[in-house]
Design a protein around this ligand. Sequence first.
Ligand code: HEC
Length: 216
Amino acid sequence: MLLPLGGHLKFFSLLAVSISIVFTLPLHAQPAPEKKIWDGVFTSNQALRGKSAFEGSCARCHNVALVGSERGPAIKGPAFLSHWDKGNLSDLFIKIRDTMPEGGPGTVSDELKIDILSYILQQNGLPSGSEELKVNLSSLEDIRIAKKGIWDGVFTIAQAGRGKDALLQEQRPSASMKSTIGSRSSLGLVYIIGHCDIAAAPGGFEIPTFWNSTAS
Ligand code: HEC
């Protein structure tokens, strides 16, 4: 790479910072169960059925946009997902089956509730797939609720290419490396991760720019 000496130093200290960031991410030592919520565990038709059931039975407390109201919390977004993180879909289904709608859990059938759960997943940005989610606790138990890890195809090749450009244009001194990573773009980081072969798994998912604020 034809960089001036300072550029090389900067590149390697960026690399070191990035590697330490990557290795402080929690790595799960145990073999993961078969599926995750990212694997397309419901169909888009099912989520569509769930939408109308949700609007009829849940929206008055959780809001049609799932953002919550004075009668019930948001069931969309990072705070909601983190309540269930590291659990499995059966935990979340049982919560809905046994306690929701609040005050009358028996008023909605389990079949409709599984459709509603699909809709909630879809509204939380999870992809649909070719098989419907079923009212079957043991198969729901096998679907892990987990945030994406670095191994899960969290950037695209195009994004890594833009990262390379951003990184090579970076002119700031390395003393401000931490704030550089925090305030500049996440693209350089994406490029570095890709080139460390740590996550040599570009996927269809781009690391969102709001990760910038969490990288500092
Ligand atoms: C009468 C108001 C009301 C209705 C209707 C209602 N909920 Fe709730 N819901 C709540 C309240 C209050 C909570 C928080 C207390 C709790 O967790 O039990 C809650 C909590 C939840 C949670 C857990 C949220 C979290 O952060 O973990 C889920 C999931 C949920 N509701 C889903 C549903 C679904 C699905 C329906 C429709 C079948 C529904 N709710 C209908 C009031 C309601």
